[in-house]
Design a protein around this ligand. Sequence first.
Ligand code: KIV
Ligand code: NA
Length: 262
Amino acid sequence: MKITDFIEYKQTGRKISMLTCYDFWTAKIVDNSSVDCLLVGDSLSMVMHGHDSTVTATMEMMELHTQAVSRGASSKFIVGDMPFLSNRGSLDKSLDNVLRLMRAGAHAIKLEGVKGNEALIQHLVESGVPVMGHLGLMPQSVNTLGGYKVQGKNQQQADQITEQALLAQELGCFSIVLECVPETLGKSLSQALQIPVIGIGAGVETDGQVLVMQDMLGTSEHKARFVRTYCNLQETLTQAFDQFDNDVKAQQYPNADESYPS
Ligand code: KIV
Ligand code: NA
């Protein structure tokens, strides 16, 4: 998938699949799959580093994980996520941070919210950096939201989100992520925009879907309503670990074929 496919797929009604990816070994596996594109999301601070929100993600983390993913998934379109406040200082500082993600292998960047980011989005687009917006539930604002809740439930909230999405499009965003909103809003927003809306917990009528890889693989503790688990990797891995442990203790591993003869 390349940048121009996003608008083309929207126009032809072909849905876009996106997964988060944080490391080399899963990047290699997903690179051989039909999944369209990858997001090195700041959710990695929770999934890969055990933090309890994305607020603690740093540029260093995002840069390192983007480099690893880009080495593993050389054929995929990779979006790098701007971590908390990394795009909220001066324009210069924000540009430095964007450059770090692009140099690390991202083909585009994603940032949460449009309000207050208008000048930066416009400047990036003019400078040759594709920008993906992110509206609805914005996890970096968990401390002002007071938790992870469905957004846009009343008409006023829904109108605000729609207004911001239209502005994102006007500023030149090539796509937006829409997180945790009623399916009716997912549908109406997708119809209102010319750019594709990639939903997560936004119903089936969006232009594409994104999931956190570890959620869909079944290794995450908290399961949001919108998550579908496509395999039980937790169980598969636990069985493998226990089997290894068992074999070691029973001297069933290694066998003769797994040992070097004299
Ligand atoms: O960081 C992330 O994983 C995300 C997706 C949920 C869209 O932003
Ligand atoms: Na994110």
